[in-house]
Design a protein around this ligand. Structure first.
Ligand code: GLA
Length: 693
């Protein structure tokens, strides 16, 4: 809900449990006032008069501005920096009224001299305790304006000494969480790779010694893929600032007369109930607004089994085995097209390879369909190999500088998809693929960063290339989905390099990581779950020793780890023993019986109170709960764990089986006393199901 006190010029955004308040101050600045628990009395808020601390600490520095612009006596990070046609480089804005449209509040600002407007948009997402912030700038003048920096917003947290969390990592080690104490000096997280990143992720979590279930957490996630930046800074005036948005690194564009530009939205929230509530708010938002309805199928993917040695015959054999264990979707990975026998050729030549598929793709697709499975296929449309016909015929279709050697990575160049003809080529290629074949699932990969962004077609906006590139990807998929409504798209970028809330909703699934080691995955999935919904988290069971870790893990643990997300099988099942196939069939069947709870329920990271190394997770939906318990390696003492469940009905009675014995206990008992889990040995795991009677 939006409350406006016209007299005090104070705006109050209220969600189910929180309130976000700002107003217009005596200096004509849009000043932040409050972000925290709901107060419910909008008339309590006042706009105090701020005075400079000294001439060296001017009012602009101490004012918590909602959207500080470059100019005047402002030296902190700012959100917007432009150059007007006459070389004036600062903005002096005045308040120009507001508009309310349902849950959207728009604060209108206008430069005092130039015909340039800045609209600060605040969308209140009441039931999720979230506010979405984005900014629209418009050039109403007859001269062009150069935009050098434009963030989605600045946030103010009224504390010092907070703890900041984000991810670091690299290929095969995505989603590694780090914690850092915020002090004086900035923390910067960013991506400069144009396409995707395995390092920092576009979100912030700031807490005051929070736990999963208690404590204050301020958080936000940017709805954009590609080059983002976030700056976290504790000021000398007693607060912590966050700016987040498009990375100003190698970024600039010209806003022509009468043109507008809107930043990607920043979703932000507050809770005093710890990280669990933060995750639920974001998950619920994603589940109800971004993700397509329906349960995700159990898939088989051929990559680890065959790599580039794809043949029709072999794929049919794999499909038949996959069917035996209950797989519902068969995905042919890299290697089916052009001269794709290694990373060095094929990308760009999207015709079916005749040596591998002498009669085309249809014999395979028909077999898959006759087995009652859906069919999926891998593509990497943004890329081209130098040896491909596409590149030889169109050497100007890639990002490059005319006088420089063109840089390959994984043997490939990046297509300049901001060019109309390139974008059309990709759209048509995929449209043909989806129209000519009965395809239900596209795994869209991208395996290198962009460089040499000398996109001549962009003219003076060549530095906006990274932003425009990802918009073109979004456009192509959105357009394809209009025509091919039932096709699911998986976002993959050398594993989990394209996990963000910008792509989610346009794409349906994330490939979480090429690291399929079931133990490593527990950590990757744990971090992932802080921001992103379980339903989009693809997890495969693959062969051992794992290609990355060289670790051997029992098949049951591997299944349990992958069953935490949307289950896939990625091993060479032609080599699995009868015993493994039997276990796999049982596990897939079990997954199908619980997947509604896993994919659509609420997810909980439970506390391990044992000195033993347990990893404990819970899912709840309606009258059921699932407890996933993993013990990778028992520690000396071999202690059990007593684990307290979450989110049950206190008065309800729950039936569950533990060590072969059926128990019935109240929700209250299970949430307060808990259940005792005693796993013994290494790589032990259990899934316990609690059914309300
Ligand atoms: C990337 C993906 C893998 C696989 C290969 C194919 O590395 O992450 O899953 O699709 O490309 O080349």
């Amino acid at each position: 809900m939006i409350f406006i006190n016209e007299e005090k010029r104070i705006f109050n955004l209220r969600t189910e449990n929180t309130e976000y308040v700002f107003g217009l101050d005596n200096e004509n600045l849009i000043r932040h006032i409050y972000w925290g628990n709901k107060i419910n009395n909008e008339n309590d808020f006042e706009m105090d008069v701020l005075c400079e601390v000294s001439t060296n600490d001017p009012v602009y520095e101490i004012t918590p501005e909602e959207y500080p612009v470059f100019g005047g006596l402002r030296y902190s990070e700012n959100c917007l920096k432009v150059t007007f046609d006459d070389k004036t480089r600062d903005i002096v804005y005045k308040y120009d009224g507001y508009e309310v449209d349902g849950d959207l509040l728009v604060i209108k600002l206008k430069d005092v001299y130039y015909n340039f407007t800045i609209n600060l948009n605040y969308k209140v997402m009441e039931k999720y305790d979230l506010i979405e912030r984005y900014v629209t700038i418009t050039n109403e003048s007859d001269q062009s304006i150069v935009i050098e920096e434009i963030y989605s917003g600045q946030l103010h947290i009224p504390y010092e000494n907070l703890i900041f969390r984000n991810t670091h990592g690299h290929w095969g080690a995505e989603q590694q969480m780090f914690k850092q104490n915020v002090s004086y000096g900035k923390i910067t997280i960013e991506n400069r790779k144009g396409v995707s990143g395995h390092n920092n992720n576009p979100y912030f979590i700031l807490d005051k010694n929070a736990t999963e279930t208690s404590g204050e957490v301020f958080y936000g996630a940017l709805r954009m893929s590609g080059n983002f930046k976030g700056v976290i800074e504790q000021t000398p005036y007693g607060e912590t600032l966050v700016q987040m948005g498009i990375n100003p690194y190698d970024f600039q564009f010209t806003l022509n007369p009468k043109e507008s530009f809107t930043t990607p939205p920043l979703l932000c929230g507050y809770t005093d109930k710890g990280f669990e509530k933060m995750s639920h708010n974001l998950h619920n938002f994603a589940k109800e607004n971004l993700l397509r309805e329906g349960l995700r199928p159990v898939l088989y993917n051929s990559w680890e089994a065959t790599e580039f040695n794809v043949t029709c015959e072999e794929q049919i054999k794999l499909a038949r085995e996959a069917k035996k264990i209950g797989t519902e979707l068969f995905v042919v990975d890299d290697g089916w097209f052009g001269q794709r026998n290694s990373i060095h050729n094929g990308l760009g030549d999207w015709y079916v390879n005749k040596e591998k598929f002498p009669k085309g793709l249809n014999p395979l697709i028909e077999e898959v369909k006759s087995l009652g499975m859906k069919f999926g296929i891998w593509v990497e449309p943004e890329m081209v190999n130098p040896l491909s016909k596409l590149y030889i015929d169109n050497p100007d279709w890639i990002y490059h500088f005319k006088t420089r050697e063109r840089t390959t990575s994984r043997g490939q160049y990046v297509l300049n998809i901001t060019k109309k003809e390139v974008k059309e080529f990709i759209y048509n290629m995929l449209d043909n693929l989806l129209s000519n074949y009965d395809i239900d699932y596209i795994k869209w990969d991208v395996n290198r960063p962009i460089c040499e962004g000398g996109a001549t077609n962009l003219g003076e906006n060549e530095r906006k290339m990274a932003f425009d590139h990802i918009q073109a990807v979004y456009d192509i998929v959105k357009e394809l989905k209009k025509k091919h409504k039932n096709v699911l798209f998986e976002a993959c970028a050398s594993g989990g390099g394209r996990i963000d809330l910008g792509i989610l909703g346009i794409f349906d699934d994330f490939w979480t990581s090429d690291n399929t080691d079931a133990y490593d995955r527990l950590f990757i999935q744990h971090t992932y779950s802080h921001i992103y919904p379980i339903k989009a988290m693809r997890a495969w069971v693959t062969d051992c020793p794992n290609f990355l870790s060289q670790r051997n893990i029992p098949l049951r643990f591997r299944f349990h780890s992958a069953m935490m997300g949307t289950l896939g099988i990625g091993g060479n099942i032609l080599k699995w023993s009868n015993e493994d196939m039997k276990l796999a069939k049982d596990m897939v069947e079990e997954y199908k019986s619980i997947r509604e709870i896993v994919q659509e329920g609420d997810f909980f990271r439970l506390e391990n109170t044992s000195t033993n190394n347990y990893h404990l997770f819970e899912y709840t939906k309606d009258n059921e709960a699932l407890l996933f318990a993993f013990l990778p390696q028992t520690q000396i003492g071999h202690r059990p764990v007593r684990v307290k469940l979450r989110n049950l009905d206190e008065k309800g009675m729950y039936e569950y089986k533990i060590n072969g014995e059926t128990m019935v206990k109240s929700g209250s008992y299970l949430m307060n006393y808990g259940v005792n889990i005693h796993l013994r040995g290494d790589y032990q795991s259990e899934i316990i199901r609690f059914d309300r009677r």
